[in-house]
Design a protein around this ligand. Structure first.
Ligand code: SF4
Length: 687
């Protein structure tokens, strides 16, 4: 028997847990936790333990597919690559570079994301490049950059245990980041106060000192209300404000407009409870704010993040252990895909495409030193389209072709009827993935890629730790590593500068051009634990951001006003729908629904309803419900839960046959362009 064990990183959530993959006679076995791993410390959640199952699925794509009159048929790599290159280059030549768009992937490695955005910019000359970070934490990047100068988690995962007060909001941590949830519980066991502000009752509310339940979409109001009380009581940290920040007077004037009585009218939170939250958080020695998509997935997402950053600076809870503003990123490498420039306005390392110096630097590396990149003479300077904007542009005929790397907008994006129309309106759609997803079914060419266990590379988890993934088994059939496929597409297009040979060489090129990764190498990752920024070979990385000064110098207070959600309940659609994830499934379910043990735990979608609402509607627990919005309707099984707020329903978005995003709308946060997945108006009736 041939047995090996390969150390790697979990392919699911942003916790970045370490695991060993056993390989028996070339086949992947059940992962085992890495006891010495600094983040996961010998633990995995149920998804981690099942991470081998989707890899071994019989549904894996094993050959390229090409559409002809009969549908998708198997093709050779030579045929598929030539077709992709000729169609993409032809469309670019006929309609211009901005007739093409590219989606990077939070499921793919840093190296692959780096290569795809380089392909878009250097080979095709477009900044129309984005990925599903747009749908989860774009407001985090936009808001925290303005406030602090860096859009990432300020502290580390282990550091959360050092807080003596945790303000947890918009994060169902136990379901979505299970291993971070255990850190919060340990902090609680060590004596920390836990404040949960969330419309829904979640697992962690059982351990909370306070659970406040604002109406969905009213976050700016309650955060401004907290700051109103803190300033009125003199609980602010005057020394920190004077030494480390600017703009306090404008903030003071704005939050004066949010007395607790007004906040109660908007949010439903009683003044006494708001005051108690303010007292606990402001009075803490080390207060940590932890949040996720309940804060960001709003048309006010950036304002919500700015308000939380204001709150942290007002109380001096930044730049020390156990404090900070800590966004929990959803997918394994969503942090890395952003870091690698899988965004329409920045090169790798958040260097703006609008900055002439950055364009000269990348232009020299990619177009001059890197060789002739297929007729592109200079890199584009206008920021490109975001994910939802791409779909509108496709539906309107402005976008002619898309290259989708391991994303599934047919389930993940808002208003999926519109997404279908948009993708079908394209002249050419390429999807590179490991399964025939709902999006791949619409493609003209499908390129079979590799799972996390079949290639080398790096992931960057939610606390900026950069970790290796390592090849354990071969790709099935003719499937290929994704970094190789992107290089082969570039070669077929006649571009040079993509002949790296190994992911390590790709990483080295990226690190040379990306100061925050400049000191990281594969060699160091074998021996050291590194979080970016890590700027030189002797830099040991940065666990704690903004210690003596903020990345931008002074922290900047930005006053923000409450704005109601884009679509509020009315007579016809009297309920608020909020969408999200569950513990057993990952994103659009393409991997976890093909995992027998996870599928067994949760086989179908559900709508979570308050029992009183259900009784009024005549819907029993386990019965069917029909949910409709202005965009569409679905039928789904009802799950009655007293922790669900009256008038609010929750549906996870993993399930194609009861797709929550058939109901959601396309209204965007004006700054970050994130859609409002957390509030849309629906009707509910017995199915
Ligand atoms: Fe994987 Fe996240 Fe579970 Fe850790 S907590 S094992 S990273 S899914």
């Amino acid at each position: 028997m041939d047995y090996r064990s390969v150390l790697t990183t979990c392919p699911y959530c942003g916790c970045g847990c370490g695991m060993y993959l056993p390989v028996v006679n070339g086949r992947l076995g059940r992962p085992l936790p890495d006891r010495s791993h600094p983040l996961s410390q010998g633990r995995l959640c149920i998804k981690g333990y099942a991470a081998h199952e989707h890899v071994n699925s019989p549904d894996r794509l094993t050959r390229p597919l090409v559409r002809d009159g009969q549908g998708l048929r198997p093709a050779t790599w030579d045929e598929a690559l030539k077709l992709v290159a000729s169609r993409l280059m032809g469309i670019r030549d006929e309609h211009g570079p901005d007739s093409l768009a590219f989606l990077c992937s939070a499921k793919c490695t840093n190296e692959e994301n780096y290569l795809l955005q380089k392909l878009a910019r250097a080979c095709f000359g477009t900044n129309h490049i984005d990925h599903c970070a747009r749908l989860c934490h774009a407001p985090t990047v936009a808001g925290l950059v303005v406030a602090f100068g860096s859009g990432a988690m300020t502290n580390s995962i282990p550091d959360l245990e050092e807080a003596d007060c945790i303000l947890l909001t918009g994060s169902n941590t136990s379901e979505n980041h299970p291993l971070i949830s255990t850190r919060l519980l340990r902090a609680k066991r060590n004596g920390a106060r836990l404040i949960v502000v969330d419309p829904r009752g979640i697992h962690l509310t059982r351990f909370a000192d306070i659970h406040a339940r604002p109406r969905p979409g009213t976050d700016v109001a309650w955060i401004n209300g907290l700051m109103h009380i803190i300033l009125a009581e003199g609980w602010e940290n005057r020394e920190f404000i004077a030494a480390r920040t600017e703009g306090i007077e404008a903030l003071r004037a704005k939050v004066a407009e949010y007395p607790p009585e007004r906040v109660e009218k908007i949010t439903g939170i009683e003044p006494q409870q708001l005051r108690e939250i303010a007292r606990l958080y402001a009075g803490a020695e080390r207060g940590s704010i932890v949040y996720a998509m309940g804060i960001t997935q709003h048309t006010t997402g950036t304002d919500n993040v700015l308000a939380l950053a204001d709150l942290a600076m007002l109380t001096g809870h930044v730049g020390r252990r156990g404090t900070g503003v800590n966004p929990l990123r959803g997918q394994d490498n969503v942090q890395g895909a952003c870091d690698m420039g899988g965004l329409p306005d920045v090169f790798p390392g958040y260097q703006p495409v609008a900055d002439p110096e950055a364009r000269v630097k990348f232009g020299k590396a990619w177009l001059e030193d890197g060789g002739d990149a297929s007729a592109v003479r200079e890199l584009p300077h206008e920021p490109g389209l975001t994910v939802v904007e791409m779909m509108s542009a496709a539906a309107e005929g402005r976008l002619k072709a898309m290259y989708v790397l391991a994303e599934n907008p047919m389930l993940s994006d808002p208003d999926i009827h519109h997404v279908r129309e948009a993708l079908q309106a394209l002249e050419f759609l390429v999807v590179q993935d490991i399964f025939l997803t709902e999006t791949a079914e619409l493609a003209d060419v499908v390129l079979p890629g590799s799972s996390f266990a079949e290639r080398d590379g790096t992931f960057t988890c939610t606390d900026r730790s950069v970790q290796r993934i390592r090849k354990a088994v071969e790709t099935p059939g003719e499937a290929r590593p994704d970094w190789q496929i992107i290089g082969q597409v570039a070669s077929a297009c006649g571009a040079s500068g993509f002949e790296h040979g190994t992911p390590e060489a790709v990483f080295a090129e990226m690190a040379r051009l990306t100061p925050i990764y400049g000191g990281i190498s594969y060699d160091r990752l074998e021996r050291e634990w590194l979080r970016w920024p890590c700027r030189s070979p002797d830099d040991r990385g940065t666990e704690l951001l903004h210690v003596d000064r903020f990345s931008r110098g002074l922290g900047h207070f930005t006053p923000v006003d409450y704005r109601p959600p884009a679509e509020e309940p009315d007579e016809q659609y009297p309920f608020v729908l909020t969408t999200g994830r569950t513990m057993f499934h990952y994103h659009t379910g393409s991997m976890t629904r093909r995992s027998p043990s996870l599928d067994r735990e949760l086989r179908e979608g559900f709508v979570e309803l308050n029992p009183l609402d259900a009784r009024n509607l005549g819907i029993a627990d386990g019965g069917r419900a029909r949910i409709a919005s202005r965009r569409g309707q679905i039928e789904i099984t009802a799950r009655l839960d007293p922790a669900a707020p009256p008038g609010v329903v929750f549906i996870p978005f993993h399930f194609a046959e009861s797709a929550a995003n058939a109901l959601t709308h396309r209204s965007l946060d004006p700054v970050s362009k994130i859609p409002e997945f957390k509030v849309c108006a629906v009707s509910v009736e017995a199915g």
